[in-house]
Design a protein. Structure first.
Length: 90
């Protein structure tokens, strides 16, 4: 019988699932927190202080850039971790 990942016999090994999910959730939370920085700056500069709406465009582009790079980092983490688990004989 072949070994299936995250299964102990015929039952799901929830401890192994949680050990893989927690670092991924932390990484996604960090990316989300970093992406909030330009959003908050946009709100402070444009909405509160009433400065030029050009800043709104700049902060929106900065937010999209942070989210794109963060998504790439999360995907690279997932692929790297999957490769490491697939090569792990235990």
């Amino acid at each position: 019988m072949t070994s299936r990942l995250f299964f102990d016999g015929d039952e799901l090994d929830s401890g192994a699932v949680w050990r893989e999910v927690v670092p991924l959730v932390r990484l996604v939370a960090v990316v989300g927190a970093v992406a909030l920085v330009p959003v908050v700056l946009q709100w402070l500069v444009v909405e509160t202080l009433g400065l030029v709406p050009v800043f709104a465009v700049l902060f929106s582009v900065a937010t999209q850039f942070v989210l794109a790079v963060g998504t790439a980092v999360v995907l690279l983490y997932v692929v790297t971790r999957a490769n490491r688990l697939a090569g792990d004989p235990a």
